[in-house]
Write a protein that binds this ligand. Sequence first.
Ligand SMILES: [Zn+2]
Ligand SMILES: [Zn+2]
Length: 236
Amino acid sequence: MGLRIHFVVDPHGWCCMGLIVFVWLYNFFLIPKIVLFPHYEEGHIPGILIIIFYGIAMFCLVALVRASITDPGRLPENPKIPHGEREFWELCNKCNLMRPKRSHHCSRCGHCVRRMDHHCPWINNCVGEDNHWLFLQLCFYTELLTCYALMFSFCHYYYFLPLKKRNLDLFVVRHELAIMRLAAFMGITMLVGITGLFYTQLIGIITHKTVPVCGEGSGTPLQYSCLEKPMDGGAW
Ligand SMILES: [Zn+2]
Ligand SMILES: [Zn+2]
């Protein structure tokens, strides 16, 4: 299944995603400015660590855009239902279209999504069959970037030698403590949130692997995984 472009018109989702982009921009510009470049210039860290930071940050941004604009698994208006699988399909009473039973109607997107996991306001998109892997990639890179930034923030105050050359004319130097406290607050919030999310996703993957999913294999009875409800409108 090729990845199709998808754009959800939802002001609530735009605000949530705008907040995520703000957190990314804040750390993308201020962590190197306050921590990485000054310590590199004084010979405390090698330049490769700065390149790694920017590399992970770019992977994170690309994963965010891809998870957000990829079609999560919208059903076509006239789906071709494989012969012998009709018992695993049902009519959605909201959009009046046939869908596999593991699909779910998302009220925010306004259509049904195959194997819908949940609607994530932070990416302003549903997480379904076609973008679940992209969503997990985004979580992984965000977790990595957060740990990396928090580690350097910690080292800046408790491990690296103090900086000798400091230009107090710069706004970011004069307000360094407040900026770094806010960065640490954002980092810890993201870390706790995504770790919790990873845990629930992992449990979901393990649960799905242990039971067959409807429509797979011919003549199989309706398995209970078909009856699971996704986390519609959940916090993530
Ligand atoms: Zn529907
Ligand atoms: Zn949705």
